[in-house]
Every structure is written in C-alpha cells, then in structure tokens.
Design a protein around this ligand. Structure first.
Ligand code: XMP
Length: 513
C-alpha cells in the first residue's frame, strides 16, 4: 500500500526507541516503515525509498553474533542516518574504528558542533543530547568528517561525498534538544522529502487502493463498536459502498444502552450497511455457571466466530474480511533475533480468516493508534466516539467475578453508568485510560434504614496508562469518590458497599479477570 509515497525505511537493530523514530518521522509528514536490521536491500526496490535510518540496539559490534545490516546499503547512494548502534555498525563496516566501552554513558551530554553540516542546519553551536550507549567511534572511516563531539567522544560524523550520517545520541527522544529538527533536517535537507504523509492524503489514497483491489467483490466486517474497526469499515465503505456488510453482534455483555447507541451511530451517522445481531441469549446460556476467566474468554470467542460465520455465509459469495489491525500489531521490534521475531501476524478476530478462506483487508495496518484517531477525525466521526476509553472484547463478562447472569449484568450496568457519568461530569473521562465498575463475588453486611442488609460489593477502578501494558491507579479526588459511592449504594439495588482499587499494573492487571 505504501509504494507510491515517499518512504523512510527504519532498520531495527533492537532499540527500545525504534517505534518512536517511526513516530517522529511520520509526525514530520513522511511515511516510515520498520524492518528487521538484516532485510536485503532488494526487498525495498518497489518502494519510493528516500532514505534509511539504522536504529540503535542493545548489542556491541564486538559480540560474536552482533547484528549486521546488508552491506550493499553502503554502496548505494541513498541517504542513511545511523543512530547509536546503527552508527557503530556503519563505521566498522566502512573501515572505521569502534572502541569498546570502558564505562557506559547514559543520560544528558553536551554536543559541540565541528564542521558545518546539513544535518545540523539551523541549530546552535552547542546543545544537549541524550546518550544511551557503551561503545563509541574512535576513528571514523576514511572520507568521513566529524561534525559533532561530546567532550572527547566523537558523536556525529558525515561522509564527505555521499549522503551518509551517523550520530551517537538519540534524536528521537524528547531529552535531545533540537532532536526533531535533526530528524527533519535528515528528511528534508538530506533525503529531499517533500512531506506527503497527511491523514487526509492517507484516507484518499487508501480508499482508492481498496476500490482497485476489491473491484466488484463483496466484503464483510465484524464491528466491535471501537474506533479501529469503525474507521476500517468507514474507509472500505467509502471505497465499495453497500458491497461491504458490517456485522455487529449484541453478545449481551455490553454496557448500558451501548448496543442501541452503536447501531444508531453506524446506521444514522455513518450510513454503514450494518446487520445488528441479537445473540444475547446464545452467549448467556453458554456462559451459565462458568467462573474461570479464560474459560469465559474462550466461550465468548468461539460463540462470536460461530455467529459471524453463519451470518457471513448467509450473505452469499464474500471474498474479503475487513479488520482494524494496527501497526504495532503487525511489527514486533523488541527482539531482532530469529525469523519469528520479525513479523507477527495478528488477527483481531482469531480463527476467522483461516476457516472462511477470506482475503484480509487491513486498511490501518500502517498506522499507530493516535494516527487512527486523526483519520477518524478526517472522516468526520464525532469526537466523543473517537476518544472513548478502551473496552475489552469479552465485555462485562470479565468484570463480573464468578458466574454471569442477567441479574448481575443489570447490577453492574447501573453501577458502571454511574461511574462513567460522574467521571465525565468531573471532566476526567478523556484524561483517564479506563474507568469502570467491577461486581465482586462476595456479599457484605450493611445497614440501611433500620434493617440489616447482606448484599453485593462493587469495586471501582480508574487507571492512567499509555498503552495498557503498564498502568497506575488514578488518585481520584475524595469528593468524586464520595459521589460515586453514594450514588451506587443509593441507586443500585443489591449493592451496599463500594471499594476503590488502588493497585497498579504490574503486579495487578487493569481488568480483574
Ligand atoms: P489487562 O487486564 O491485561 O488489560 O491489564 C490490558 C488492556 O486490555 C484490555 N483487555 C482485553 N481486551 N479482550 C480484549 O479485547 C480481552 O480479553 C481483554 N482483556 C483485557 C483491558 O481492558 C485493558 O485495556
């Protein structure tokens, strides 16, 4: 999909910052892709490659199995920016001398510019940079000039004839002053990019490509109600209109009024061709008496596939399945060793493509989450929807500890709605990663009026997080907690106690199951 627009290839030598480099380049308006460090150059021959960035990495060039790039990169005339390990590999490969670390240098360092260089155009003579490395270049290869030093360390070099640059510090991290400008200089001064990557251009281009690919074919899409599958569906709808059928299943595990609101949004606001399936009874009967969380997930997943498959078959010949897979699902840049580490194929609706022989359309597989939100904005989706907090696929089933029943679902829905309303009223909804209620499988004694009660306990959870991988509990103001607690106990029959979850992830998880 990315073949026509100008592209920067990032070769990943295993740095924790590789994804960040891709982000920074895209933010500057240039499309970038991450590939494994040893990808042969011919893989890129059909792409409009304007330059390569060699990322940092945890290894030392002196190790026996140190990762090595394709040496032919260094005989092309395409611009290269080596960062940290990337620089060291380039320097060693071209006959320079890399010195092993006596001690590691981490954190802030002071760079002093030497000779003039397009990489540092517009920058002051001295600025702070962020280092995280062991080895360094002691003698640059022949034909290279030193363009920056940090103390006695060579920290930036440039080839005298070719567009090759290497820097020891990390321009992608916020601690490097002018880091963004250095990356922009590489993109615009060195690679000659014009910056054709905008979310508007992405949407137009993607719609045209889908139209070309699908022709007169039929496609089907399983909508989850979340932003990713919705944006994917809207793009495909723009391309092929009513030949896309969307399926939205009410599994009985959704939040209060969610099914009606989502269907209404899809039909009336987005004009999608959507089939709403009421499968509440199927899911709830299969979940009856089930306590184990993983068992619940398996049952819900299998039931979803069964219903989706039956509906899709009833549509007649369908060739394509639309999925909202994102870029971080596609690329795995953490480990650079071994073929399994290179690309991970991720299916949001596990099992579907294999059993149904459908070809995948994944219009968002080049994008990060915040880029999807920008496309959603371009496509005119309402902001309230775009900034919805994440909600797990198995829904309220993993927030009702113990068996799921209509009665317990009803209690949790009411409590959850109160949490949402109060968090929104306090202006905190969009500042919090997730905030919700959990129904515990214990009863506790209480007193209401003159009588003793023995009823359910509801837990409230609110967490800050960047990506759901780690999380910290939110220090909600006491008056807000008091309002939530009072309202739940007074308004939801069957609950006489509310507790607040003050655990972070790790060691806890965000969901309780
Ligand atoms: P945990 O509980 O593992 O959750 O800290 C991390 C993030 O993932 C969501 N989550 C799920 N999403 N299916 C999903 O689609 C699931 O089975 C599932 N379990 C957890 C959770 O809401 C949080 O955002």
């Amino acid at each position: 999909m990315a073949d026509e627009h100008e592209t920067i290839i990032i070769l990943d030598f295993g740095s924790q910052y590789t994804q960040l480099i891709a982000r920074r380049i895209r933010e500057a308006g240039v499309y970038s892709e991450i590939h494994a460090y040893n990808t042969p150059v011919e893989v890129f021959k059909n792409k409009n490659v304007k330059g390569y960035v060699l990322s940092g990495g945890p290894d030392s060039v002196f190790e026996k199995n140190a990762p090595k790039g394709d040496p032919r990169l260094l005989s092309c005339n395409v611009p290269i920016l080596g960062i940290c390990y990337g620089l060291q590999w380039m320097a060693q490969e071209q006959g320079g001398k890399v010195a092993a670390a006596e001690e590691h240098e981490y954190g802030r360092a002071h760079l002093q510019r030497r000779v003039k260089s397009p990489l540092f155009r517009g920058l002051p003579d001295e600025f702070s940079v962020w280092m995280s490395h062991g080895d360094h270049v002691e003698v640059p290869p022949a034909d290279y000039a030193v363009i920056g030093m940090t103390g006695k360390t060579i920290s930036a070099i440039q080839h005298r004839q070719r567009p090759f640059y290497g820097i020891q510090f990390h321009p992608e991290v916020a601690h490097t002053e002018h880091g963004t400008q250095i990356l922009k200089n590489f993109l615009f001064e060195v690679c000659g990019c014009c910056g054709d990557w905008t979310m508007g251009s992405f949407a137009d281009r993607t719609v045209a490509q889908i139209r070309d690919r699908v022709g007169a074919g039929q496609a089907v899409c399983a909508l989850s109600g979340g932003v990713d599958s919705t944006v994917a569906a809207v793009l495909v709808d723009r391309a092929i209109g009513k030949r896309l059928t969307c399926i939205f299943v009410d599994n009985g595990l959704l939040r209060k009024d969610e099914y009606q609101e989502v269907i209404q949004r899809f039909q009336d606001k987005l004009h999608l061709n959507v089939l709403g399936i009421d499968a509440r009874a199927d899911f709830l009967s299969k979940l009856e008496g089930v306590c184990d969380p993983e068992e619940k997930r398996k049952i819900i997943g299998a039931e979803f596939i069964r219903i989706f498959e039956r509906q899709a078959k009833s549509l007649g010949p369908v060739e394509y399945l639309v999925q909202g897979t994102l870029y971080p699902d596609v690329i795995e840049s953490v480990s650079v060793r071994g073929p399994s580490a290179v690309i991970k194929t991720h299916h949001n609706v596990g099992g579907l493509p294999e059993s149904m022989h459908l070809k995948l359309i994944e219009p968002l597989r080049e994008l990060f989450k915040d880029e999807v939100r920008r496309v959603a904005q371009e496509l005119g989706l309402d902001p309230e929807f775009i900034h919805r907090q994440p909600f797990p696929g198995p829904g309220l089933a993993v927030r009702i500890l113990g068996p799921v029943s209509e009665e317990r679902l009803s209690i949790l829905r009411q409590a959850d709605k109160i949490v949402e309303d109060e968090i929104r009223t306090a202006g905190l909804y969009e500042k919090i990663w997730q905030s919700f209620a959990i129904l515990l499988p214990v009863s506790s004694v209480g007193v209401m009026g003159d009588g003793r009660t023995y009823e359910n306990v509801v837990a409230v959870r609110a967490v800050h997080s960047q990506d759901g991988m780690t999380a910290d509990w939110v220090h909600l103001p006491y008056p807000l907690l008091a309002r939530i607690s009072n309202r739940i106990v007074n308004e939801v029959r069957g609950v006489n106690r509310v507790v607040y979850d003050i655990s972070s992830k790790p060691p806890s998880t965000i969901e309780w199951e």
